[in-house]
Write a protein that binds this ligand. Structure first.
Ligand code: IVH
Length: 698
């Protein structure tokens, strides 16, 4: 049995670990230890307390809000995905959003589109599932497809009705959970008094409270909820967003009191200014305004992009700015060899976040020109030692707004962009396609190889937890990982007698190593789009990877087609895919013709299991799995809408005719394609026939 003095020091040690991991989770959004370790620490802590009750939770650990949520809450798949919103940072972006809607729907300037204005509350989105009018499940957003089941805690929130008067089978009501500012101030005062850790903002307090494993009635009753959308069946409840909000009120939900419908965009933007000016007077934090197309019929026609609706946008409040000095200018080399200048700043607080570097984009930006060669900042260049205004918009890397040359040291010199790659020493060249300065030494440039490995494990690719940039560099320099497949051989090296912990030195323990092996093991199962993205092929970003995955469906289809194409020296099968441009085609062909790349790829394929790309909510109709080509203009649809409809029905739209095309969809004033289709014996279809075929009735 522990002596009392030992018990005290053990309690102290455990409390520090527990508090640190909670803080990492709730305030930094990071998991430093596994759930099991966390649970183990808590039970050790409790065990000691049970032996020495007089030490009664000295460090207030058991009283702190928040637990590690991962395995504690059941993971549940959303019935309909929870999308996010694309952003507008200024009025021009909002006008452009409307312009794109008009173009998609083929509407003229004179035709009106009503927009609903709703504040964007800085809380957590929650999906409430009602079955036959009774609250059945409450799910957090999670990754948009799978959320955490927080039903028990949600039941304690006064704004969430346990039963509603609509008794349909399943109804998903969505909205935002938030912690009001006044309650947040009280909570933190209370926590401080007890010597417990406080929350850094109301959002974290809301997240901590909603995800407590042991519900805390007192605290949960402070949480609030605004309803703003329906996951399924919205069109049955109302015909427009504004009416839906009214229906929500009738059902017993709160909706936001600032929400309003606008017919005139000018008035909407004026209201934005007004709400921006009064935002600090509200009892909840808002970080922008959401604009939604009011008419549900139009919403339905507009549909969704891969992760956001076309019918809504978040107009973000202006970014926070601060002034600081550039201490140094460094050159970073990306995975495709681009040399990117980065300003190392004297650390400065920008809207609550400490910032110590900002992007300088490229050589032209430093010299005072934009991408089109126009002067920016009155042509002033940027130098080491300069005073600059830095801003943060969203979560992206901070940017430089302006430079104050009146404060410049007369002895300073213009920045000289290197002629040779700082990593491998190769001569750099300007890339004519995008004016970037690049190192073309590719596979022999250490910086590029390391950047490629970092990309491979990054969140949107293999998403391997516990492999930060520094660790990858260490692995690379110690010759443990040179190419992607090496990640999957790490564990066997360990089994073959390599003592990792000794080899890697400080910072590594048994636990951290086991966790890493576990994440690597888990990552072997990967979806096709992520896999394509992970390969780091130039011009094949997230979006292009999704287009390719959607088109080919499975890795085998894709790989066989590209191998056959290269063998026959054919590119048409790629260039005919809507959304795949010439640069992408050249880059894909280049990658898959490069024997070194193929060797690395084949090696990798021995370890991974690539899952087929599954399209969500595909409607099955007569055009499903068919290939179509469009010609001419259409009465009821723009090209973009037609393409989106075809995709929703699981059909493929190609840009040119060949033997494997099923239909030519013929609009008004068609081109030469009609003749070509006749020659190839491809069936022609007119707009009205098409509408009947897909059962179009909007
Ligand atoms: S609509 C498909 N309305 O913003 C539409 N979202 O980036 C999805 N949010 O995760 C959301 N206030 O947590 C909508 N009035 C509002 C909102 C709102 C806050 C959050 C929500 C979502 C994120 C979208």
């Amino acid at each position: 049995m522990l002596k009392k003095s030992e018990a005290i020091s053990k309690l102290k040690e455990l409390s520090e670990i527990i508090t640190k991991s909670r803080e990492a989770y709730f305030n930094l959004n990071r998991s430093d230890i596994t759930d099991q370790e966390y649970d183990h620490n808590i039970s050790e802590y409790k065990k000691i307390l049970s032996k020495y009750p007089e030490l009664e939770d000295r460090y207030n650990v058991l009283d702190q809000v928040g637990v590690m949520p991962n395995s504690r809450f059941k993971k549940v798949q959303h019935l309909t995905p929870m999308y996010s919103l694309s952003n507008a940072f200024n009025n021009a972006d909002v006008l452009n959003f409307l312009k794109q809607i008009r173009s998609f729907l083929d509407l003229s300037e004179s035709e009106n589109i009503d927009l609903v204005f709703e504040p964007k509350i800085d809380g957590l989105s929650l999906s409430l599932i009602y079955k036959n009018g009774t609250l059945f499940q409450a799910l957090t957003r999670g990754d948009g497809l799978i959320g955490e089941d927080v039903t028990e805690n949600a039941r304690l929130i006064p704004d969430i009705p346990i039963s509603i008067p609509i008794k349909i089978d399943t109804l998903e009501i969505r909205g935002e959970v938030y912690f009001p500012n006044s309650a947040f101030i009280e909570l933190n005062a209370e926590l401080k008094k007890k010597g417990s850790k406080t929350f850094s903002n109301p959002r974290n307090a809301a997240s901590g409270t909603l995800r407590q494993f042991k519900s805390n009635k007192n605290r949960s009753k402070d949480l609030c909820f605004f309803a703003y959308s329906v996951g399924n069946a919205s069109y049955h409840l109302a015909d427009s967003q504004a009416n839906l909000l009214k229906v929500f009120n009738d059902l017993g939900f709160k909706t936001n009191e600032i929400a309003k419908v606008f017919t005139s965009i000018k008035e909407l933007l004026q209201y934005y200014e007004k709400v921006f000016a009064m935002r600090t007077k509200l009892n909840y934090d808002i970080d922008g305004i959401v604009y939604k197309v009011n008419d549900f019929r139009l919403q339905q026609r507009l549909g969704f992009r891969s992760s956001s609706p076309r019918w809504a946008i978040a107009h973000k409040f202006p970014a926070a700015m601060s002034i600081t000095v550039i201490e140094d200018i460094e050159i970073q080399i990306g995975r495709t060899g681009t040399l990117s200048p980065v300003a190392k700043l004297k650390p400065v607080n920008i809207g609550g976040v400490i910032v110590s570097s900002a992007t300088l984009h490229n050589r032209d930006f430093i010299r005072g020109f934009d991408n089109k060669g126009n002067r920016i900042r009155d042509g002033a260049d940027i130098r080491k030692g300069d005073w600059v205004t830095v801003y943060r918009a969203g979560d992206v890397i901070p940017k430089i707004k302006d430079v104050d040359i009146s404060k410049r040291n007369n002895a300073s010199n213009s920045f000289v962009f290197p002629d040779f790659c700082p990593s491998c020493g190769a001569k750099v060249k300007i890339d004519n396609t995008d004016s970037a300065i690049r190192c073309y030494n590719m596979q022999h440039c250490e910086a590029q190889v390391i950047a490629g490995l970092k990309h491979f494990v990054s969140k949107k690719a293999f998403n391997i937890d516990g492999l930060g940039g520094r660790i990858i560099e260490e692995f690379y320099k110690k010759d443990l990982i040179q190419k992607p497949a090496d990640f999957f051989r790490l564990q066997s090296k360990s089994k073959n007698g390599l003592n990792f912990i000794e080899f890697l030195g400080k910072g590594w323990g048994d636990k951290s190593l086991q966790n890493l092996f576990h994440s690597i093991e888990k990552a072997k199962f990967i979806k096709l789009d992520r896999f394509l993205f992970s390969l780091g092929i130039r011009h094949i970003g997230e979006n292009a990877a999704q287009i390719l995955a959607g088109y080919f469906g499975s890795w085998d289809n894709f790989y066989n087609a590209i191998k056959a194409g290269i063998k026959k020296n054919e590119r048409q099968f790629l260039s005919e895919i809507e959304g795949v441009g010439q640069l992408m085609v050249t880059s894909l062909v280049g990658f898959f013709s490069d024997l070194k790349e193929i060797e690395k790829l084949e090696d990798l394929l021995n370890y991974v299991k690539i899952e087929d790309f599954i399209k969500l909510s595909k409607v099955k109709t007569a055009i499903t799995d068919k290939k179509l080509v469009l010609t001419g203009t259409f009465n009821a649809f723009s090209r973009a809408e037609l393409k989106s409809i075809c995709e929703r029905h699981g059909a493929k739209v190609l840009t040119s005719l060949s033997n494997n095309v099923d239909f030519l969809l013929v609009g008004q004033a068609p081109g030469s394609k009609v003749k070509k289709a006749d020659e190839l014996g491809i069936k022609r279809m007119h707009e009205e026939e098409f509408k009947v075929l897909i059962d179009y009735n909007l």
